[in-house]
Design a protein around this ligand. Structure first.
Ligand code: HEC
Length: 430
């Protein structure tokens, strides 16, 4: 009898103990321990006072009211801004800020369990932001701005402003990185700013494309051993596309350079090229329209970055390589080999992001490869950026017109270099 009672007692004592242990195997997700480190790493650079995002996400008090909205933005992968398709083509990039599936699961679990604060002692040390954070390329060695700000009216149609600046470059320079950006108070009104380099005003008064800023864009950092040449005496031509915001604005933009040390000439000269332009756009009202454009590589090339360019109706864009025939003399050359390099499948008009390929996956393409750019424009009411789904839309410079091309960063290499790189790449991927 005694024994049986004892057994019962033991079982009774064990049961509550087991159930009390259960939470330990699925611990509560808290703000201070689990969520704050993710926000520090991936959100706060923009979500803090004075930066471009609408609200600060530094403290629990800042974040709590936004919990539901944060969950929906991270689950839809709309935040942080990074819209490259993770399932097609090349998926490895430099400075990829996007969240992992595990981080998204942590945020989701935290919001679904009531967004608890947790133990304040678990809070990580605040992240320290320097002012240079404003430059994605790091602190520039040289900055060129408009000599005097442009005064933009409070209301009215978009404006285009052109200005030539002579920075008085006295010697040739090679640059390792470049970024164009509005000065703080101009962020709200600058739709885009391009900087062209004019080497010879008489021969070519417009110059050639050098760099572009558009809302949300980061900078162009050229691959190791490659740089762009700025010739002594070059002038910079700025072209600003401005969108009045309801308040008068004094607009200025700057272009910042990181330079190669004096006397050092990089082996490869990199540049950024419009590819796949198509000015014959035909986007009927209420429809999703597809446009194709092409660019032929005259020499073997290494592609270092991809950035789709469309306007409000932009929905998606893909970049594909159509390889040259391997047996051009054959009577039956067979189908051309094609390969999708990248797609942005959820294009967001507000974010013109350059997607820089990681060094070990940059496409190395033979001479004669055709870069095929396919763009889709969404002119239906489902597109929240669509100003009017009842209008036919064609090509044009204004925000309400459309465009279709990609900015592609690359450098050309010679045939021997091409063969060598292809062999080396094969080895790393064996
Ligand atoms: C590169 C800058 C940047 C980064 C990084 C960034 N955001 Fe944002 N965020 C913005 C801007 C600008 C907006 C407002 C415009 C927009 O929605 O595109 C915004 C909007 C939002 C909104 C919607 C606010 C509203 O008014 O409804 C949420 C929620 C949000 N961000 C959460 C996050 C979270 C969470 C992260 C990190 C995981 C993050 N953001 C990273 C710039 C950024």
């Amino acid at each position: 009898m005694k024994r049986a009672a004892l057994t019962l007692l033991v079982v009774g004592a064990l049961y509550p103990a087991t159930s009390a242990q259960q939470p330990a195997s699925s611990p509560t997700v808290t703000f201070t321990k689990d969520v704050a480190p993710i926000l520090q790493k991936s959100c706060q650079n923009c979500h803090r006072a004075g930066a471009i995002a609408p609200m600060s996400l530094l403290t629990y008090q800042d974040v709590r009211p936004w919990a539901r909205s944060i969950k929906s933005k991270v689950v839809a992968r709309e935040m942080p801004p990074w819209y490259i398709d993770r399932h097609i083509g090349i998926t490895k990039f430099k400075d990829d800020p996007s969240l992992t599936d595990a981080e998204i699961a942590t945020i989701t679990k935290w919001v679904d369990s009531g967004a608890p604060q947790g133990n304040p002692a678990d809070m990580p040390k605040p992240r320290v932001f320097a002012d240079v954070d404003k430059w994605h390329i790091g602190k520039p060695d040289m900055i060129v701005s408009l000599p005097k700000p442009y005064e933009l009216r409070a209301n009215g149609p978009d404006e285009f402003y052109d200005a030539d600046v002579d920075p008085e470059f006295t010697e040739d320079m090679y640059i390792a990185a470049v970024e164009t950006k509005p000065e703080a108070y101009s962020f709200k009104v600058v739709h885009h700013a391009t900087a062209n380099m004019i080497e010879d005003e008489e021969e070519d008064p417009v110059g050639f494309f050098f760099n572009e800023y558009a809302l949300g864009k980061n900078g162009d950092i050229f691959p190791e051993n490659s740089g762009r040449l700025i010739k002594a005496g070059s002038k910079i031509h700025f072209n600003l596309h401005l969108h009045p915001s309801g308040e008068k604005a004094l607009v200025n933009v700057s272009i910042g350079f990181k330079l190669y040390p004096k006397g050092q000439v990089p082996k490869y000269v990199a540049f950024t090229q419009h590819m796949g332009d198509n000015t014959d756009l035909d986007i009927p009202p209420g429809e999703v329209a597809r446009t194709d454009g092409y660019f032929r590589l005259p020499k073997p090339a290494v592609i270092s970055a991809f950035q789709p360019h469309m306007h409000n109706r932009g929905k998606a864009q893909c970049m594909e390589a159509i390889y040259p025939d391997i047996r051009p003399d054959s009577a039956r050359p067979g189908p051309a080999r094609t390969e999708t390099l990248s797609c942005v499948s959820n294009y967001q008009f507000g974010w013109h992001i350059t997607y820089p390929y990681a060094d070990d996956v940059q496409p190395i393409l033979p001479a004669g490869t055709i870069i095929h750019i396919t763009a889709w424009h969404d002119n239906t009411p489902a597109n929240k950026y669509n100003p009017n789904p009842r209008n036919w839309v064609g090509y044009g410079q204004r925000t309400i017109d459309e465009m279709s091309f990609a900015w592609v960063s690359l450098f050309y290499i010679d045939e021997a270099d091409y063969q060598q790189r292809v062999e080396a790449r094969k080895k790393t991927h064996e």
